[in-house]
Each structure stands twice: as structure tokens, then as C-alpha cells.
Design a protein around this ligand. Structure first.
Ligand code: FES
Length: 102
């Protein structure tokens, strides 16, 4: 299913939008003008990942529970205690609207 996130101008570089998408919640990030979406669920212990801090320059999100770091572009775990990737989703812009397929 595809969901509308927001207008593209409402998600400028170095910002994130957290949106419900059916059974899951996702964070949609603008890193240097490119859009990426990850699930709000840490692969370590299901923590609320996208509510944590993130580093726009690095494209890294930090889990608020135990501090694991993930590459937002790929979902790859960069540091322990997480070692599995988190779920990522395709993002596109159509008619000025950001859309994510979940
Ligand atoms: S739940 Fe994210 S690092 Fe533990």
C-alpha cells in the first residue's frame, strides 16, 4: 500500500516526518535532498527508533533505548547492540506529494 506523507516542501533537508502507515509507524528523512523511509522499530529490541536523535550529515539514526546506530539510507546496523538491519521503504514524489510504499 502507498501512503501520502506530506507535501515535499514540508520535508526540507535535515528534517524528518513520523507517520503512521497501517500496522507500522515510519520515519521519512530528507538527507541532502534525498528522501528515505525506515520503520520506527529498532531491530535490537523493538525500540521506537525514529523518535531518537539523528545526524543529518551522516545519515545516521540513533536508537533512544540502547544507542545502536543505523544507516538511514540502507537500514544497516552500524553499531551494537543491534546487528540486524531495520526495515526500509521506497519513497517517491508525485505531484509535489511525498509517498511511501509499505
Ligand atoms: S532497542 Fe534499539 S538499541 Fe536496543
Amino acid at each position: 500500500m502507498e501512503i501520502d506523507v506530506c507535501r515535499v516542501e514540508e520535508l526540507p533537508p535535515s528534517t524528518v516526518r513520523i507517520v503512521p502507515a497501517g500496522q507500522v509507524t515510519i520515519g521519512v528523512y530528507n538527507i541532502d535532498g534525498e528522501l528515505y523511509a525506515v520503520e520506527d522499530r529498532c531491530s535490537h529490541d523493538d525500540g521506537p527508533l525514529v523518535e531518537g536523535d539523528w545526524e543529518p550529515d551522516e545519515g545516521v539514526v540513533v536508537c533512544p533505548r540502547h544507542g545502536a546506530r543505523f544507516d538511514i539510507r540502507t537500514g544497516r546496523a552500524l553499531t551494537l547492540p543491534a546487528f540486524l538491519p531495520v526495515e526500509t521503504f521506497p519513497v517517491r514524489v508525485e505531484d509535489g506529494v511525498v509517498k511511501v510504499t509499505v
